[in-house]
Design a protein around this ligand. Sequence first.
Ligand SMILES: Nc1ncnc2c1ncn2[C@@H]1O[C@H](COP(=O)(O)OP(=O)(O)OP(=O)(O)O)[C@@H](O)[C@H]1O
Ligand SMILES: [Mg+2]
Length: 194
Amino acid sequence: MRIDFENSPTHEVLEAKLAEFAQRLADCDVVILSDYGKGGLTHIGDMIRLARAAGKTVLVDPKGEDYARYAGVNVITPNRAELREVVGRWRDEADLRQRVEKLRTELGIDALLLTRSEEGMSLFTADGVVNEAALAREVYDVSGAGDTVIATQAVMMASGVDLADAMRLANHAAGVVVGKLGTAVCTLDELRAS
Ligand SMILES: Nc1ncnc2c1ncn2[C@@H]1O[C@H](COP(=O)(O)OP(=O)(O)OP(=O)(O)O)[C@@H](O)[C@H]1O
Ligand SMILES: [Mg+2]
């Protein structure tokens, strides 16, 4: 049994981390902000502004109900439950598309990449929606699949791959890791083979 006793990070810690972020930004092509809702991203607005001002691509794995804090990033990658918390329950695909488009334009975000577990994923942009079916032949362990998606999407975008092609590759990488036990990685060879 594991019990976590959690405290919010102090003002001093957050200030130091923000300074470190600003300093290390120059060495990065792309920034991934994975929001666990534990206070580490209290200054996410400043982090996004700094990164975007430096011309960096920013991707966010969101959490909670307040997506205004992610305004201006390039991509957010909610799963179904996370998106439902923000836009409500959708009736069908057309309804989903409308709700996402409203959110996307309100926040000034290029793309919303919805990960849909066994249903694969959908990419919503100004050009419309692209769907990819899940690829896993056999599913052993889905933990960490969302991390694989945002990591692959980010690396591909940093390499100059366009949004939709990056999403296809991210879907392949997710298909590889859910076929392994535990939180697993997808190697470049495995991604090529897939
Ligand atoms: N049961 C499944 N069958 C096939 N593919 C899956 C399955 N679950 C997840 N995947 C793949 O992994 C991707 C991400 O999964 P999911 O939508 O569950 O992310 P998540 O809830 O953020 O995961 P995490 O637990 O890492 O936070 C999916 O878009 C899909 O490509
Ligand atoms: Mg997730």
